[in-house]
Write a protein that binds this ligand. Sequence first.
Ligand code: WAQ
Ligand code: MG
Length: 273
Amino acid sequence: MTGERLYSIRMRASDNGRHVSGAERIVPHERVRGTVDELLTRPLAKGTRPDRMSVSIDEIDPDRIHRVQALDLVMLDTADTASARRYAARVLERSGVAPQVAQDAIALLAAGPGPAGSAMRGAAIMDARTGARLEEDRTRGVRATRFDWSESGLQRINVLLGSVPLAHFRLREALALASKAAHAPGIVAELCWSDDPDYTAGYVAAKPIGYVRFPRIKEPGISTGGRVFFVRDSSIDLKAFTRYLREVAVLIDEPGTFHGVQDPDCFIASLSR
Ligand code: WAQ
Ligand code: MG
């Protein structure tokens, strides 16, 4: 891989200052043009009309790219949204998040974590023991950037996800983001569900447990959602944590194990052993 010129491409679209969509890619020189085109189809195809779209392209020093394996993936089939959230809380607890903090985070996403119940552009950071909000900018949160599947990683994850009808680009992208974030210094877990009213899936992720997906953690038609990164406690180096999320280039070059759909009680029980 040495010598290959790689570029980080970041796309963001907004309307009247409100975030509409964003995406991250890391691609070789010859794929920069095609990728920019591909990324712009999203804000241009949406029902909304963004009044601002920006694309940044930066070459990445190949010697400074971190290569990590994706988190293992499991899907928990729950009866309804309420039970999905209860199981999500239990997975968070198993990851080291205090029970009350897990509840608070779920309530935060349900209410809309931004000002007046709006969505945030990035993620909240919470102390896993006390629930204290630690992100510098409560309106915008912290955005993870500079991550993607490597070309071979992408092929392999597509094959894996292609075996079940869920190779949705959102899952692939969220799995890449969560796999980068799981390696952040001081993180213990992540909770996420989409703010897109049409998308009801969400997940809890943590390095030792993997990416635990809930197909319906939100009712359709609801546009509150968001992301929370839980950190060990308030004594972690927050600057190093956000620097890693924003600046360190990470390529996911290998899928984790795909455990398929599991019964939530069996899965939770397997975690305590
Ligand atoms: N870094 C940090 N936070 C982000 C980022 C980022 N790069 N991108 C989005 N967020 C935050 C922001 O608060 C959004 O409101 C929230 O996450 C949700 O973003 O099928 O589509 O892009 O397994 O709507 C998860 C389930 C879907 C995928 C996640 O998120 C699956 C999704 P969205
Ligand atoms: Mg969204």
